[in-house]
Write a protein that binds this ligand. Sequence first.
Ligand SMILES: C[S@@+](CC[C@H](N)C(=O)[O-])C[C@H]1O[C@@H](n2cnc3c(N)ncnc32)[C@H](O)[C@@H]1O
Length: 219
Amino acid sequence: MKSKYLPLDDQLYDYVCAHRTGASDSVLDALRKETESLGDDARMQISREQGSFMTLLVAATGAKTAIEIGTFTGYSSTCIARGLPDNGRLICIDESAEWTAIARRHWSQAGVEHKIELRLGAAIPILQSLDLKPTLDFAFIDADKTEYDAYYELILPRLRANGLILFDNMLWGGKVGVGATTDPSGQAIDALNRKLAQDGRVETVLLPIADGLQLCRKR
Ligand SMILES: C[S@@+](CC[C@H](N)C(=O)[O-])C[C@H]1O[C@@H](n2cnc3c(N)ncnc32)[C@H](O)[C@@H]1O
């Protein structure tokens, strides 16, 4: 049987990136360049087509209130904020003042800073301090992999029915599902993928976008 998936090479990946709305975007391109100058840490930034996908998803679902765990230099938050209406709100959580200072500058250049509220600190206590009401429409989880399940359990009761949660890096560089994953992050991701697939509270699909995106809808 012919495979129903397509391995990408650099040429095909460039084609994917080139054929989307806003393929050349001066603010996001400048942010990528500045982030690259950070060296190895730059690999934490989400990919271009993932950013476009998230903008589209936020807009298509009419999300007004969103949350992001793991902001870094602001690529994903800029993409989420762009999909929100002008009076929409995005709460960004990150423990790094240094990296989010770069994010702040680019939010301003993208004209989305009025939609974003940055909360600096450890994600779990900040999530615990949020109102326990189902007010969130959209959540993006991209911080400490060993804490993903805790973020999930704290966000789910605060998410409205049909709201979406996206988890990044859920294929963990292709290391999940191919024998025993030994590092704690990989193990946590594998355990969460298994849990989500059986969790009656959500409908979920693991998409092979970038490093793997779990897309969950609250029932
Ligand atoms: C993978 S990066 C996020 C990338 C970002 N979404 C982007 O598009 O560029 C992970 C971020 O999570 C933050 N982080 C890691 N553990 C955290 C924690 N326990 N609480 C808050 N932030 C955390 C780090 O400071 C880092 O900026």
